[in-house]
Design a binder for this molecule. Structure first.
Ligand SMILES: [Zn+2]
Length: 384
């Protein structure tokens, strides 16, 4: 058998739609919050057997605090460099969420915790590989590695090294994260993300007896927060969000301590370095207060390089053959694609499902788009 035409691939995945939905149901009903290892391990075990049944060589990367990361290698008769399909099995929803937002199919959508971000993306990868194997007599047109991590929603600390190593051995990285917007745009740029803490130490004093001897950490922190908000530059795409503040204690004591945690997002590595330097050189307005800023960019930006643009063009060409126009988007959220793109490995993100409401109670995926996404992914793998 030879790989069918684009439209035949699309029809094939339309016929596969209920099988794809069954896989999505299997994955969504197994809840997998990042912080419950046993739960994520259950998903990892199920996927190891599903991908293993297709003939993939399964490697389980044991993780202590998180679920085990799953690597599946599919060989090929060609000695072309491999393609890495990247995704994550963890979700942001605590165990028990499924009773409040159960897996269900209604209004042309499939609903449930993690269905969009990104269990449907994993299901698509599984069915696409199964189909490519059928069309190519049991071997893929080129080697493909599927790597599914268990800690993406909490920063990928335990999987990052493996992701980077696999990416460096690959010709391209295709990320199965959700598509952007109702038209299903792929993501060719993502902001870099940093988390920082600013801590202020002031001087405590009785607010009645010795008010003038006190140096309020809360007042100083407030001044610094205003400085932080002045560093926001929407035109450049630089944002700082102070997400949490704490400080002080009794209402009749000038507070000696205060701190804030904030999130920095930047479009380019250069901007990241520039803002980082600025943050590290913040000085107190009240000289009797001390301030200390800690933190760093933990996900570098995914910048739209020429190689990424070329990869997008290939995907857009596949979409054209399927009769639709594939858009591209730059987004503020990060993914593991940030790591692989920052290494200079051509990376295309957002190849997963089309839907809405990631990380929220109305998380859902458009069923009618699933066959198209399957055909896009299989066509792209074949054309690389
Ligand atoms: Zn995700």
């Amino acid at each position: 058998m030879i790989t069918p035409s684009a439209s035949a691939q699309h029809r094939h995945f339309q016929q596969q739609q209920s099988a794809i939905l069954d896989t999505i149901e299997q994955l969504v009903t197994l809840e997998s919050p990042s912080d419950v290892k046993a739960a994520v391990d259950r998903v990892s075990t199920v996927l190891a057997s599903r991908f293993g049944e297709l003939g993939g060589k399964v490697t389980v990367h044991k993780a202590e605090k998180f679920g085990n990361h799953l690597q599946v290698d599919f060989p090929s008769r060609s000695d072309r460099p491999r393609i890495l399909l990247l995704g994550h099995m963890d979700t942001v929803y605590p165990v028990g969420t499924i009773s409040k937002m159960p897996f269900r199919v209604s209004k042309g959508r499939v609903w449930g915790p993690g269905v969009f971000d990104m269990k449907s993306g994993i299901a698509l990868a599984l069915h696409v590989i199964e189909s490519l194997l059928q069309w190519n007599n049991g071997a893929l047109p080129k080697p493909v590695t599927v790597f599914l991590v268990s800690d993406e929603e909490v920063g990928s600390t335990s999987s990052r090294q493996i992701t980077e190593k696999l990416a460096q051995q690959s010709e391209a990285v295709l990320v199965l994260e959700p598509a952007a917007g109702p038209n299903g745009a792929v993501k060719t740029a993502r902001k870099g993300i940093g988390e920082y803490t600013i801590r202020v130490d002031g001087v405590a004093a009785h607010s009645g007896l010795d008010f003038q001897k006190g140096h309020s950490a809360v007042v100083e922190l407030s001044r610094q927060i205003l400085r932080l908000s002045e560093m926001v530059d929407l035109k450049r795409g630089t944002t700082i969000n102070v997400g949490r503040i704490s400080g002080g204690g009794r209402v009749n004591v000038v507070p000696a301590e205060a701190s804030a945690v904030f999130d920095l997002r930047v479009r380019t590595k250069k901007d990241g370095e520039r803002v980082h330097r600025k943050l590290m050189s913040l000085r107190p307005v009240d000289q009797k207060c001390k301030i200390k800023v800690t933190g760093a960019l933990n996900r570098p930006p995914m910048e739209r390089t020429a190689a990424i643009a070329a990869l997008y063009k290939k995907a857009a060409q596949v979409a054209t053959e399927l009769g639709w126009k594939l858009e591209e988007a730059a987004v503020g959220g990060g993914s593991d694609g940030n790591f692989t793109a920052a290494l200079g490995v051509p990376t295309l993100d957002g190849l997963g499902a089309v839907g809405d409401g990631a990380h929220s109670a109305h998380e859902s995926v458009l069923i009618s788009e699933l066959p198209k996404r399957g055909a896009l992914l299989s066509g792209l793998i074949s054309s690389l």
